[in-house]
Design a binder for this molecule. Sequence first.
Ligand code: GDP
Ligand code: IMO
Ligand code: MG
Length: 419
Amino acid sequence: MKVDVLLGLQWGDEGKGKVVDVLTPEYDIVSRFQGGPNAGHTLEFEEKKYVLRSIPSGIFQGNKINIIGNGVVLDPALFKAEVEALEASGHPLTKRLKISKKAHLILPTHRLLDLASESAKGTGKIGTTGKGIGPTYTDKISRNGLRVGDILHNFDEKYKTAITRHKEMLAQYEFEYDLASLEKEWFDGIECIKKFELIDSEHVINNALKEDKKILAEGAQGTMLDIDFGSYPFVTSSNTICAGACTGLGVAPRNIGEVYGIFKAYCTRVGSGPFPTELFDETGDLMRKNGNEFGSVTGRPRRCGWIDLVALKYAVMINGITQLIMMKSDVMDAFETIKACVAYKIDGVEIEEFPYSIEGEVEPVYAELPGWQTDMTSMQTEDEFPEEFNAYLAFIEEEIGVPVKIVSVGPDRAQTIIR
Ligand code: GDP
Ligand code: IMO
Ligand code: MG
């Protein structure tokens, strides 16, 4: 068997959590491979709503094994809060969730360094989630990080060394902080992590593959936030692309199977950074309102705009996408005309290939398609799709060259149509 990967093709929040939950019954193991609690993956079923940050979205479907892989950065305090919330709602986790010993720990000072660095950047800030993601990956790459496996050996000494270094770094910023209160909840979180099986996840995953088990790798963020291929520097600090599943789980490229690319029928972005199709008018406001485009954790309003096929094609290429999943189709129900960006005009020249930079003047060139102006939210099969919706799907498939296999028409698990 191979590892299938599901990942975001835009700037995150495409609806990964919902679809991973829907697909989990087909799999034995679901594993996160990168990112950390900067993610907010929302699932809705049986009239309840859950937001997952570090725990994979396969956790609600029977006794499937869920793994936090080596490529993830884990904040013990936030992890404990997430575990407690799930257990309180009747979802015990200890037997079903395992954590890689090689996952890196987000220290309380990483969060402080993230906030200090952002405030020092002033108007040039990235608009990070403030969860310490950048500083933790920086320490990983500069070989100063602490890993989950370190909890088991000489931990206090390693922790003190790291904190001393971080305090020296923080002293360079004009930034006040109260470390003691953060440390208390952090160490409580470490005790919580110890209740779980800490594993060499690369062995567990590769052995499972040999036993013909099916594995789904769940991406966080999206391709346009990838550290190498996203709109740098307005990106996150990990490889969100398919290759990230290889390094973030220890899976060989030839053992990757299907690569599901998930996108919204339009586009959103949170935080700073270029966004060529962004709308600043009532159309954008309507997308935000109808799509409930507010951060699942921070509540920050998401920036909204038309679908960007130049960026989407690029994301499909980088990831080797084999199947597309279109989310939030219902949010487009309201529009008489729907626009899709098919090229960029930069300095008067039209280009279709995603360029080195999209900062500065990028004028989107739009194709216009008729809207369907029909409520899609209770549709159950593709036979019910309005003609104009089929035309929109066909247009996207033709432009991108990959079939759309799943269409989502609402936030609930049940509002999912597999074609
Ligand atoms: P993720 O980070 O990719 O898992 O996505 P988020 O959970 O951050 O954001 C997606 C939001 O859209 C969540 O509030 C979902 O409940 C919601 N959602 C998912 N699919 C649909 C859909 O098809 N229609 C609508 N209206 N909402 C959806
Ligand atoms: P999910 O998994 C949307 C954005 C932040 C910021 C940039 C860097 O829910 O799709 P970071 O804290 O990672 O250093 O922030 O990346 N960002 C996300 N945007 N969805 C996410 O995750 C995101 N995770 C980070 O807003 O612009
Ligand atoms: Mg999200």
